[in-house]
Design a protein around this ligand. Structure first.
Ligand SMILES: CC(C)(COP(=O)(O)OP(=O)(O)OC[C@H]1O[C@@H](n2cnc3c(N)ncnc32)[C@H](O)[C@@H]1OP(=O)(O)O)[C@@H](O)C(=O)NCCC(=O)NCCS
Length: 178
């Protein structure tokens, strides 16, 4: 399968909304009430909110495409766009989602490689992310990529309080220095 990663810009906001809502609902729909889900999707993935995020210079979005179909996306944050920590020497993977029909075919790995490449180019010290404690698939995927748990935080889905595990991967930048 030929996967192409492409940076998404403001002209892509409608496509971004579609893939964001679809992948979030596919992943978390079964654990939440339809009402909480609707509330979360409409508040967090509105066109206005996504446009603001795209226009933030400290965030970047990438689509994964097969032929011209969008099959997943990645959102990374630097500096003040990070949802926590907000240090200058780290990169946050805020969202990494592959459509369920395309999981297990190295799309997630391509996104992870992209994040690592960008972090290294910018000489950052570590990559971090928050993942729902019950999302065991994603946790295994991150562990396989060298992430370790370093804390947790509480996040709100609709009216439900849920716990995210925080994980990080240190980057050895020495080999990237001239
Ligand atoms: C987690 C996710 C991004 C992984 O992407 P993917 O395209 O399915 O995974 P890949 O095919 O790139 O797998 C890469 C490696 O991770 C491993 N891996 C992937 N899913 C795994 C799992 N559930 N358990 C163990 N290992 C896993 C693969 O075996 C592969 O390792 P290998 O190279 O040694 O074979 C994807 O499954 C997804 O979008 N899930 C739903 C959304 C989600 O939970 N996002 C994270 C929110 S925090």
């Amino acid at each position: 399968m030929q996967i192409e990663l492409k940076r998404a810009g403001k002209e892509d906001v409608d496509d971004l909304q579609k893939i964001s809502q679809k992948t979030f609902a596919d992943t978390f729909g079964k654990y939440n009430t339809p009402e909480n889900m609707r509330k979360y999707l409409s508040e967090n993935y509105s066109v206005e909110k996504l446009l603001q995020e795209i226009n933030n210079r400290n965030s970047q979005f990438f689509f994964a495409k097969v032929q011209s179909q969008i099959i997943g996306y990645l959102k990374i944050n630097f500096n003040s766009a990070q949802t926590e920590l907000q240090e200058g020497n780290s990169l946050e993977i805020e969202r990494i989602y592959v459509a369920k029909e395309f999981q297990g075919q190295k799309v997630g790995q391509s996104f992870m490689n992209k994040a690592v490449e960008i972090a290294r180019k910018n000489k950052l010290r570590f990559i971090w992310l928050g993942v729902w404690e019950k999302n065991l698939n994603a946790i295994s995927f991150y562990q396989r990529n060298g992430f370790v748990i370093f804390g947790n935080h509480v996040f709100k889905l609709g009216e439900d309080l849920q716990t995210d595990i925080m994980m990080k991967m240190e980057l050895d930048n020495k080999k990237w220095e001239p």
